[in-house]
Design a protein around this ligand. Structure first.
Ligand SMILES: NC(=O)c1ccc[n+]([C@@H]2O[C@H](COP(=O)([O-])OP(=O)(O)OC[C@H]3O[C@@H](n4cnc5c(N)ncnc54)[C@H](OP(=O)(O)O)[C@@H]3O)[C@@H](O)[C@H]2O)c1
Length: 396
């Protein structure tokens, strides 16, 4: 549809300038050679002519009817103050137009991740208050920024990572942060898998490369990331030991390829790992629980083993003296997904492997919980109280 244009030449009658709004995200387009004092600006809602009055040399802004239309509002969850799950509020927020290199996406499904809890509580610092949490979603492109190629309205895309703000009906995203969703992957499944799947990918394929013959210890083995981690490590030929808090989660972890499951709320996991590995210890521990388990995880490692501390569901681990590693010449890393998908190629490769493994059945997606987006607080409460297993998705 052609954009509305208002042409108003110098010295218009005062009543022709209803209000001096300037369209959001507008971009200078051209100067009119016939009227050198006029400048054209462009936004996706209108083209606006800015006229300088020849007599009074001040510039006046003139808008079209379209650019005077009320701003587009969407529903979103926002955090106005840090705290418990009750600080997640269902708000109306204004959404602008995509700028250069951006797309606007109407979300079909939003992934919930433990990192959303850290930001809500202030363990990780959001850039400002209020903010909309969320780092994972699948949706349809509804607008593209000026001059953008490679993405078009109607594309089904997924994203996982920065910028934060997926707990919303619509959001604006950098186009280079979204990936196409293959036709074989349902959008809701896509939102359940991308961030957690790419996390499992970098953990077993890049951070510590799991190979046949390795013995792998996975904490929170029935959780969103844990479930995928166990399946992937098993598929790579490792012996997988999973730690969970109850019998239901133990049954799921077993189905997901754990050769041994330890209920760490009932048994001393260090003692049990020692038994299961005949005193040898494990090659790698993937520890996402943090404070409560860090020390025990180190104790489970074999000589020259790898401690991969990638989360802190129970709190931030205490500082680690180097002497704690020296006893067995251990390796320690504290990795973050976002530093493993820095380039566009890294992002496409990670997402591609995840979607391929879902399509081929190597990864079974456990979408065990869905909530309306407006009930994000309930989802957080359940996640934090360890009631959930597998993935959680919010539906706008
Ligand atoms: N480094 C990264 O880039 C990265 C990326 C994604 C996720 N992560 C981390 O991976 C972990 C899993 O994330 P997720 O979204 O898939 O969550 P999740 O595993 O589905 O949920 C967290 C699980 O942690 C276990 N847990 C142990 N102690 C806990 C406590 N005190 N409070 C709450 N839960 C506790 C619970 O399992 P049990 O009941 O079986 O103990 C709980 O179900 C999180 O720590 C997250 O920060 C890190």
């Amino acid at each position: 549809m052609p954009l509305p244009v208002l042409l108003l030449l110098p010295t218009p009658p005062a009543q022709a300038i209803p209000k001096c709004h300037f369209p959001l995200n507008s971009k200078f387009v051209s100067q009119n050679p016939k009227h050198p004092n006029s400048l054209y600006f462009h936004s996706s809602r209108s083209i606006v002519l800015l006229v300088s009055d020849a007599i009074k040399p001040s510039l006046r802004t003139i808008t079209t009817e379209a650019s005077l239309s009320p701003p587009k509002m969407v529903k979103a969850i926002r955090v106005h103050e840090l705290g418990g799950h009750e600080v997640l509020k269902w708000d109306d927020v204004e959404i602008g137009e995509p700028k250069d290199g951006e797309v606007r996406v109407r979300n079909k499904a939003v992934g919930v991740n433990f990192i959303d809890v850290y930001f809500r509580k202030g363990v990780y610092k959001a850039p400002s208050l209020p903010f909309t949490p969320g780092m994972e979603a699948v949706g349809v492109v509804t607008a593209v920024g000026p001059g953008l190629t490679g993405r078009k309205v109607g594309d089904l895309v997924a994203y996982a990572g920065q910028p934060m703000g997926s707990y919303a009906e619509e959001q604006i995203l950098p186009a280079d942060k979204v990936v196409p969703v293959p036709a074989s992957v349902d959008p809701v499944i896509g939102a359940a898998i991308l961030l957690k799947g790419m996390t499992a990918h970098f953990l077993v394929r890049r951070c510590f490369k799991v190979e046949p013959g390795h013995t792998v210890l996975v904490h929170a083995a029935a959780g969103g990331v844990g479930s995928l981690l166990c399946q992937w490590a098993n598929a790579l030929g490792a012996t997988v030991i999973g730690l969970v808090s109850n019998k239901e989660k133990a049954a799921q972890a077993k189905e997901d390829g754990c050769h041994h499951v330890i209920i760490y709320s009932e048994e001393d996991f260090v003692v049990r790992v020692n038994e299961v590995t005949s005193g040898n210890g494990v090659d790698v521990v993937y520890d996402s629980v943090g404070k409560d388990t860090f020390e025990g995880s180190l104790a489970c490692l074999k000589l020259r083993g790898y401690m991969v501390s990638f989360g802190q569901a129970s709190g931030t681990p205490d500082p680690v003296p180097l002497s704690a590693l020296a006893a067995k010449s251990l390796f320690l890393t504290r990795p973050t997904l976002f530093q493993y998908v820095v380039t566009r190629d890294e992002l496409l490769e990670a997402a591609g492997e995840v979607f391929t493994n879902v399509a081929s059945g190597v990864l079974k997606v456990r979408l065990n919980h869905t909530y309306p987006l407006s009930e994000a607080a309930k989802a957080h409460a359940d996640l934090e109280s360890r009631k959930t297993s597998g993935s959680i998705v919010l539906i706008p």
